[in-house]
Design a protein around this ligand. Structure first.
Ligand code: AMP
Length: 192
């Protein structure tokens, strides 16, 4: 199996690139943000719980997020060539839970691909996306800044978890979508 993590701040292009990588390597793209938005659209208890945090740009509690992710893995294990995780893991406990879940399926993370984009570029990209994404958290300047702050405070250090095992590649996330896609594809081919 090939199991990839797309890592980086909100607005760094993870979603766009995950779709391309999923197609290239026949992987299931799992975006925890998309899963929460779908739950919210269906007004499920999980979606309504997640909304409390999403509206502030805070992280949904680990137990809720890990439970949802675990269900998704169980649903698709054996049916795909691997997974691409977008927006997960965002905390150390999530990273440890993911290791265990994959271990139970006799597999593991192939490589973590980190997209590096500076904060000002992030804010302008997310605002531009907000014009068409319909996401409340993409429109408000203070929520966008808070999401970046939460990334630096709670998520950035998750990189260390993977650097220890030499499965971490950082790439420049500023450039054309096609050029970045090519760089990501080459990185995966080196690790698979
Ligand atoms: P995203 O679409 O990845 O930007 O996520 C949108 C929002 O969903 C985040 O600001 C969080 O509130 C929530 N969320 C998505 N993924 C996670 C995660 N792995 N852990 C906690 N909260 C998450």
């Amino acid at each position: 199996m090939i199991n990839l993590i797309l890592f980086g701040p909100p607005g760094s292009g993870k979603g766009t690139q995950a779709v391309k990588l999923a197609e290239e390597f026949n992987l299931l793209h799992i975006s925890t943000g998309d899963l929460f938005r779908s739950e919210l659209k269906n007004e499920t208890p999980l979606g309504l719980e997640a909304k409390k945090y999403m509206d502030k740009g805070e992280l949904v509690p680990d137990e809720v997020t890990i439970g949802m992710l675990s269900n998704k893995l169980d649903e698709f294990a054996g049916k795909v060539d691997g997974f691409i995780f977008d927006g997960f893991p965002r905390t150390q406990p999530q990273a440890e839970a993911l290791d265990k879940l994959l271990d139970l399926k006799n597999t593991g993370i192939t490589v973590v691909l980190a997209l590096e984009v500076p904060e000002d570029e992030i804010v302008s990209r997310i605002k531009e996306r907000g014009k068409s994404s319909g996401r409340a958290d993409d429109l408000d300047d203070s929520i966008i800044r808070n999401r970046f702050k939460v990334y630096l405070k709670e998520t950035a250090q998750v990189a260390d978890h993977y650097k220890k095992s030499d499965k971490f590649v950082a790439l420049d996330g500023v450039g054309s979508i096609e050029a970045i896609a090519e760089a990501l594809k080459n990185a995966v081919n080196e690790y698979k």
